[in-house]
Design a protein around this ligand. Structure first.
Ligand SMILES: Nc1nc2c(ncn2[C@@H]2O[C@H](COP(=O)(O)OP(=O)(O)OP(=O)(O)O)[C@@H](O)[C@H]2O)c(=O)[nH]1
Ligand SMILES: [Mg+2]
Length: 191
């Protein structure tokens, strides 16, 4: 649970994405320490603004942050910050993203349009990111090139599929992001 005193690289990573895409679920699956959550029960008052289509069993929503920690091979320690999903929290997305090295953007392809604003915010913050499609049972099967096109992703932006509930799958998505960040920094070092 505690980090050793050996030299470590500590990195802030944001897990972002629209309402109900599985951010809190993923941080639960990833964190090697008891994760911190700020969940509140959803009430009837929110029924008109928070669309539960596709996630009808969802009962709570994040109102500030999720926080967890994951050590990847050896001395690379990732501090994972999850954002709330609704656009009314946009100023908070920006605050949470500040100082991060990169972002894992979760996407639900049943509601692709909901992801655009989050991706815009990440790009405006100048953060490198990878996109992970959280697969639900009725997720439509888009060809990769169509999906990349719809999300308007740069050629080198990684796009993977994951199951946010599954630790191995969530770690694979995280490794994909970290590999992208390492490749970016190697490129910057040569230019
Ligand atoms: N079938 C399936 N269900 C999932 C998956 N990931 C999350 N869920 C469910 O989908 C719902 C949404 O999960 P959350 O983790 O609360 O989503 P969130 O992105 O944190 O939501 P907000 O914080 O409210 O924006 C929950 O009911 C999860 O149990 C998945 O990979 N597959
Ligand atoms: Mg959440």
């Amino acid at each position: 649970m505690y980090l050793s005193n050996d030299s470590q690289t500590l990195v802030k990573i944001v897990v972002a994405g629209p309402f109900g895409v599985g951010k809190t679920t993923m941080i639960d699956a990833l964190s090697e320490t008891a994760p911190l959550h700020t969940e509140e029960v959803m009430t009837e008052a929110g029924a008109l603004v928070d669309d539960l289509a596709g996630v009808e069993h969802k009962r709570t929503t994040t109102v500030a942050i999720d926080f967890g920690r994951r050590t990847l091979s050896g001395d690379l320690v990732l501090y994972l910050f999850g954002t709330p999903g609704q656009r009314r929290f946009k100023p908070l997305w920006e605050d949470v993203a500040r100082g991060a090295l990169g972002a894992l953007v979760l996407v639900d392809t049943r509601r692709l349009g909901d992801s655009f604003e989050v991706i815009d915010m990440i790009e405006e913050q100048g953060l490198a990111y990878a996109v992970a499609v959280n697969v639900f049972p009725d997720t439509p099967d888009y060809p990769t090139d169509v999906l990349r096109d719809r999300l308007d992703l740069a050629e080198d932006t990684p796009l993977v599929e994951c199951d946010a509930r599954d630790t191995t799958s969530a770690i694979d998505a995280l490794i994909c992001l970290v590999s992208h960040l390492i490749a970016n920094s190697a490129l910057e070092a040569t230019t």
